[in-house]
Design a protein around this ligand. Sequence first.
Ligand code: ADQ
Length: 459
Amino acid sequence: MGRLVVVSNRVADPRKAAAGGLAVALGEALNKTGGMWFGWSGNIIEGGTPGEGELHQQQSGPVKLATVDLCREDHDSYYLGYSNGVLWPVFHYRLDLAHFDADHIGGYRRVNQLFARKLLPLLKDDDVIWVHDYHLIPLAAELRAMGCKQKIGFFLHIPLPPQLILAAIPQHEWLMRSMFSYDVVGLQSEADATHFSRYAEAEMGAEALGEHRYRAFGRTITCQAFPIGIDVDEFAALTHAKEGRDTYLRMKEEYHKRRLLLGIDRLDYSKGIPHRVRAFRELLKLYPENRDSATLIQIASPTRESVDAYTDIRVELEGLCGAINGDYGELDWMPIRYIHRNVARKRVPGLCRAAAVGLVTPLRDGMNLVAKEYVAAQDPADPGVLVLSRFAGAAEQMKDALLVNPYDTQGTAETLQRALRMPLEERQQRHQKLLAGIRAQDVHWWRRTFLEVLEQSGS
Ligand code: ADQ
């Protein structure tokens, strides 16, 4: 295989300790091939010229990090306006939260063209390019228009919604057509792959050739599910490392009389956090014995705070947690500990291990890695129970979790009660199966499989 070139909105230095599983897994492949990671630098240039941006290049071991600055206008329309104000809500089935502002599409196109212009001269003939996520859907089309002949793959980390939801985006035909400039389009779940296939056949008259291959606009592409995983061994090792262990012991000491339920998410409306908190309130109401034993710890890290919908969800959640603590709290017990901060990555495994129940209840999620992290961190001899939304991509693989419909408050509360009371033997059996599943399809499997299919593709 030639050199791997990864392109994503943000670039992570794979050698930095804070890098998560994805950066580490891609970093491994980049290290092997002496590749390049290309994306936005994170710099916003006030008063800069739209469509222009300085390129920075830096070597990190064998990997080249190449990044481009964005001017304020481009950043606001490409990143805040179109990527996070249109694509993120619509792809998470939230048409009500989408703002279809005609100015934003211009910025989205401009930045994709800028990336293509800056990337093209850095490419070698036998490079294999792997583009990530919704910010960069038209990148391959822009690169092809400039003469790029290399293999280009695309992986969408978020869900791909059904045809009639996608069709609400005024530029849906242009967006979906641009996927045909890739050689391989990777999606998180079989459900997403079905949505692609229906859209491609119904809206674009694509011909399904079998074995995940589709032909339209004079090109043949492969589109299939490659469910992303985590680095299970790395995560389990972090559970036993100093910070993981210290966190676990501290939690056990602090909450020795309590059963912990844990939620860890970015504070995003797709994660269903208020629904989860309402289900917890229902648990306290329906099963009062939990009032002096259960505690919900909800850690929600700040994200995209300059998009209005994110301010709204924060206000809603704070009101809800305050009300429940006011209604049910005692002098020596608060039912909910809500923390609006990021927790250091090395502490997350210890937190997960200390929790009797892991709550992963998004309203819609491409995959959700926290579900897999929770399982990886458990003590196999006395594992906790994963309560997982059927609307997370992870639910397709993790059938041995307790699956819930997060919109059904009472049903979720009943499942929480079941999780809290589950006998040891059943917990062990479920955990064993879940662990085997996330091991078989871990992040290395994901990267290998995607790159093999990309390597073998040819149109
Ligand atoms: P995200 O929406 O960011 O990712 P997720 O898959 O849950 O969601 O990954 C979040 C990561 O950040 C996990 O590793 C988690 O431990 C960590 N994290 C979250 N909140 C944290 C907090 N408060 N403190 C510390 N760490 C925190 C997108 C898609 C997902 C898809 C991934 C990968 O939306 O569906 O699974 O990409 O493809």
